[in-house]
Design a protein around this ligand. Structure first.
Ligand code: NDP
Length: 228
């Protein structure tokens, strides 16, 4: 039976690269986008029976509709990849950061990820080997020197890593991990980044399908565990 994998924000960038990699490994891919037509078009580019779903992770009604569609189509979900995120404050200093920008960033990157994870928990419970992969960022690590780049984004990714730990405790039968793709050439990463989206997606693909079952509640980059 093909593992059923939903990837949020997967019409482009790292999410789309992961969709191609996982589809090529025999998974049933569901590409999510706020724009259902773009999701369907991206799914056609992935091939192998991939399909699309409209999903805005900041909108409960949209998330509920996506759950209903996937339940009717597949009856379960094996892997949820929380890939969607926004980066609004690249080079803004913390002291000039508008609170609204922080709220909007947290609303998508953290609250949206929680909303989607909550909503799909019942479909994940119908899987024999359910997994959640949260696409985070080294920008959220708190073990290094203090940093000033993109404060709202960094704070959101630190919170996402804690959400990974909380989800592990709340969903003991689901393998939940966070991962960092590294700096990749995407709309978010820009053209100077050293990695391709495909390179960035490799660890995601491994966590979604191949990683050992005892690897849980970890932060992973380049197939290895890194500090939170
Ligand atoms: P992109 O900006 O290319 O893609 C982000 C995706 O997020 C879009 O496809 C968009 O989908 C989706 N999205 C944004 N808001 C919402 C929303 N409200 N609801 C649903 N989907 C939404 O980014 P990348 O591919 O670069 O990034 C993918 C992930 O990797 C992100 O979590 C990012 O933080 C992380 N990352 C990226 C790095 C990089 O260098 N690129 C480095 C470290 C981490 P749509 O518009 O179709 O709805």
């Amino acid at each position: 039976m093909k593992p059923v994998i939903l990837i949020t924000g997967a019409t482009r960038g790292i999410g789309f690269a992961a969709a191609k990699q996982l589809g090529a490994r025999g998974a049933q891919i569901i590409i999510a986008s706020r724009d259902g037509a773009r999701a369907a078009e991206a799914a056609a580019r992935v091939g192998d029976g991939a399909c699309g779903v409209a999903l805005d992770i900041t909108d409960q009604a949209s998330v509920d509709a996506a759950v209903k569609q996937i339940e009717e189509q597949f009856g379960r979900l094996d892997v949820l990849v929380n890939n969607s995120a926004i980066l609004l404050d690249h080079y803004q200093s913390l002291l000039e950061l508008q609170p609204e920008v922080l709220l909007e960033t947290l609303n998508t990157n953290v609250v949206g990820t929680l909303r989607v994870s909550q909503a799909f928990a019942l479909l994940l419970a119908k899987s024999k080997a359910p997994r959640i992969v949260n696409v985070s960022s080294g920008a959220g690590q708190i073990d290094g020197e203090p940093q000033s780049w993109a404060p709202a984004y960094c704070i959101s990714k630190t919170a996402l890593n804690m959400l990974t730990q909380q989800l592990t405790a709340a969903l003991p039968d689901v393998i939940v991990n966070s991962m960092c793709p590294g700096w990749c050439r995407t709309d978010m990463g820009g053209s100077d980044a050293p990695r391709t989206p495909d390179e960035g997606a490799e660890t995601l693909t491994w966590l979604a399908l191949g990683a050992p079952h005892d690897l849980r509640s970890k932060f992973v980059k380049d197939l290895g565990v890194i500090p939170w």
